[in-house]
Design a protein around this ligand. Structure first.
Ligand SMILES: NC(=O)c1ccc[n+]([C@@H]2O[C@H](COP(=O)([O-])OP(=O)(O)OC[C@H]3O[C@@H](n4cnc5c(N)ncnc54)[C@H](O)[C@@H]3O)[C@@H](O)[C@H]2O)c1
Length: 289
């Protein structure tokens, strides 16, 4: 499929990442079939997209008059068969292999043979996902960052089977979305999480060993290294459970003990302190500021 033939994109999963991915495609002029399993998930996603478009209007990034045209490009659906007309597909369903297997298997059967299937997985092997389909050479990783409308990076991940043509079209497509694609080969955690998670883990060890408080660790990284956010504040945003899961993937996939999840992180997860989403992680968000 040539880049110019791509007019309609299907996004599978309308959660945190799916609605952001759908947003940037529609903003860039693509028709978007947004698929989730329940109407209420689609309603919530369209509400979020509406709010995020308003924010862009307020910031002067989107002319107000263009908002209705962007919204008109969406086709929210629960029926998977509706994706058959898509020219490119991005999968953003939950990070569970069973769910990915089912969705990719069904989508693969519905799509025209030339259509590229991309996955936004953070930690599952792209090579293993490609092998679940009948189009492994037309399978690729498109790893967007959260929040998608704001973050410029897309890691474009080449599975072992990904053809050069698939890879090139995907890099080009990411540029058309106003993103900066970076080429990465398939390996546990890709580059983003392989570099970020050990930083977060080491920051957690500093707190556990009493080297410094969470606030102090974050202050050192913000003021000394010019990070916009400290690693522990970022971990709270990502979710400490998600961090531990990704560290497990790195540990298992690369076999190096340096990726072992810090016991303090695992303890917080055991306590249900998962970060922002539970109001408590390294920081207490229920406490009045
Ligand atoms: N959250 C992040 O910061 C982040 C960053 C990069 C990549 N990712 C990856 O993106 C993917 C999605 O993550 P998320 O955070 O958006 O999850 P999420 O739980 O917010 O959203 C997943 C959505 O998929 C829907 N869904 C479930 N089964 C489905 C199916 N069969 N068909 C269509 N939709 C289905 C759910 O109803 C939900 O709305 C995961 O692979 C994750 O690893 C997440």
């Amino acid at each position: 499929m040539s880049i110019d033939a791509i007019k309609t994109v299907a996004v599978l999963g309308a959660g945190t990442m799916g609605n952001g991915i759908a947003h940037v495609f529609a903003r860039s002029g693509y028709n978007v079939i947004l698929r989730d399993v329940e109407e209420r998930c689609l309603d919530r996603a369209m509400e979020t997209i509406g709010k995020n478009l308003d924010r862009e209007v307020k910031k002067g990034k989107l002319p107000e008059a263009e908002k209705p045209a962007v919204l008109a490009r969406f086709k929210p659906v629960t029926n998977l068969a509706a994706i058959a007309e898509a020219d490119f597909v991005v999968e953003a369903v939950p990070e569970k292999l069973d769910i990915k297997r089912a969705v990719l298997g069904e989508a693969d059967k519905l799509l025209r043979p030339e259509v590229i299937l991309a996955s936004n997985t953070s930690s599952i092997s792209m090579t293993a996902l490609a092998a679940l389909t009948q189009r492994p050479d037309r399978f690729v990783g498109m790893h967007f960052m959260n929040p998608v409308p704001v973050m410029v990076l897309v890691e474009v991940i080449r599975a072992l089977q990904t053809s050069n043509a698939t890879f090139d079209v995907t890099m080009e497509l990411a540029k058309k979305l106003g993103k900066t694609p970076v080429a990465v080969n398939d390996s546990p955690g890709f580059v983003s999480n392989r570099v970020l998670m050990p930083l977060i883990n080491e920051a957690a060890y500093c707190v556990m060993e009493g080297v410094a408080t969470a606030e102090a660790v974050d202050a050192v990284m913000k003021l000394g290294m010019n990070h916009p956010m400290g690693p522990l504040q970022l971990a709270d945003f990502i979710g400490l459970d998600v961090c531990v899961d990704i560290l497990h993937v790195l540990h298992e996939g690369l076999g190096d003990p340096k990726y072992r999840a810090c016991p303090l992180l695992r303890n917080y997860v055991a306590a249900g302190w998962l970060g922002r989403k539970t109001n408590r992680g390294f920081y207490d968000y229920a406490k009045p500021a």
